[in-house]
Design a protein around this ligand. Structure first.
Ligand SMILES: Nc1ncnc2c1ncn2[C@@H]1O[C@H](COP(=O)(O)OP(=O)(O)OP(=O)(O)O)[C@@H](O)[C@H]1O
Ligand SMILES: [Mg+2]
Length: 322
């Protein structure tokens, strides 16, 4: 593909701009072993640009390991990958990535502004751009009023907000967040959701590690569920969370008529006019309602029961406790 005319290589030998169709992240059989522990076992992943991708799994599943490999902070034992069109660990690509690590501590004697200045320097941002980038990061994460306070006096949640602010400097094309909301109160979590939505609207890709399933469910278009270093399920949320059960409240049906609805799927009638039909595709709901009416019934409510990500997670990792 021909580079757009405004593109100028940032340094000799810099990689050309990737095609917009090229995924932001691609891995092929990416594997990491630590001694006898297989932290990541043959990860095949594709994350589209401008989307929020959720990487989910229980403690020790391999989420942070995957992030470290993507960022070039650890080397794979085998397998391969590319991030923003460049090989894993490529320095030019890394400058376009914002990263919120899982466990981090900033120097307690620095103020929030000084932490951000340090990271502007590390990211080699042009000096005149610092003030704007820092002001906007502080504003976005809700720390504008604490810019000149020392980090040592920050609460956990404020430190996590600052970490997120650091990840937004650049501005990045890819933001990798390793458990970004673990220390945040509900307002902080809502802020993170808003920030992720805004990033995606601007075409930024977000890779989100989490075990907070409801958070992921609210912001991510696609997810992969990983366990013991292996992906056990991947897809869009509607693909993963197929709705199987439909609940109805109907009156006026004879027991025979209720039994005849069994052709839509295994049916239960727990009482009070409630009917519950399992294994039924949502597209068949209009047919089901028409059939109830044809049989002389009246329909008061129709409730497709969408599986939650937590249900699906527990189903896939079934009965493993942790
Ligand atoms: N530097 C290391 N040395 C040895 N083993 C490691 C190292 N890093 C990770 N592991 C092991 O690899 C496995 C995956 O760890 P990882 O940190 O990737 O899990 P995680 O999914 O991020 O878990 P959590 O939800 O607790 O953050 C674990 O068994 C862990 O003990
Ligand atoms: Mg982790």
């Amino acid at each position: 593909m021909t580079p757009p005319p405004e593109w100028v290589p940032s340094s000799p030998g810099a990689s050309p701009p990737p095609s917009p169709d090229e995924p932001a992240i691609r891995t092929t059989r990416l594997t990491k072993r630590y001694g006898r522990t297989v932290a990541l076992a043959g990860l095949d992943l594709e994350v589209a640009r401008g989307r929020a991708f959720g990487f989910l799994g229980p403690n020790g599943a391999g989420k942070t390991t995957a992030v470290k490999l993507l960022l070039g902070l650890a080397y794979p034992t085998s397998g391969d990958g590319s991030v923003l069109g460049a090989p894993l660990g490529d320095l030019d690509a890394r400058r376009r990535i914002g990263y919120l690590p899982e466990l981090f501590r900033y120097q307690p004697w620095l103020t929030a502004r000084e932490v951000l200045e340090l990271h502007c320097r590390l990211a080699r941002l042009a000096r005149p751009a610092w003030a704007g980038a820092i002001g906007s990061a502080l504003e976005t994460v809700g720390l504008a009023g604490r810019a000149d306070d020392r980090v040592g006096g920050f609460s956990k949640g404020m430190q996590q907000r600052l970490g997120l602010g650091v990840a937004l400097l650049g501005p990045p094309d890819l933001v990798v967040l390793d458990e970004p909301t673990s220390a945040l109160d509900p307002i902080g979590r809502q802020d993170v959701r808003r920030i992720i939505h805004e990033l995606c609207e601007r075409g930024v890709t977000v890779f989100l590690n989490s075990h907070l399933l409801t958070e992921v469910e609210r912001v991510c278009d696609r997810v992969a569920i990983v366990d013991h270093g292996r992906v056990v399920a991947t897809g869009s949320l509607p693909e993963l969370l197929a709705s199987h059960t439909v609940r109805l409240r109907v009156t006026g049906l004879s027991p025979d008529a209720v039994a005849s609805l069994g052709r839509f799927g295994p049916i239960a009638a727990p009482g009070d006019g409630m009917l519950s039909i399992d294994g039924m595709a949502q597209e068949r709901i209009p047919d089901l309602v028409a059939e109830v009416v044809r049989l002389g019934g009246r329909v008061h409510a129709v409730e497709p029961q969408r599986q939650t990500l937590e249900d699906r997670f527990m189903e896939l990792l079934g009965g493993e406790g942790e």
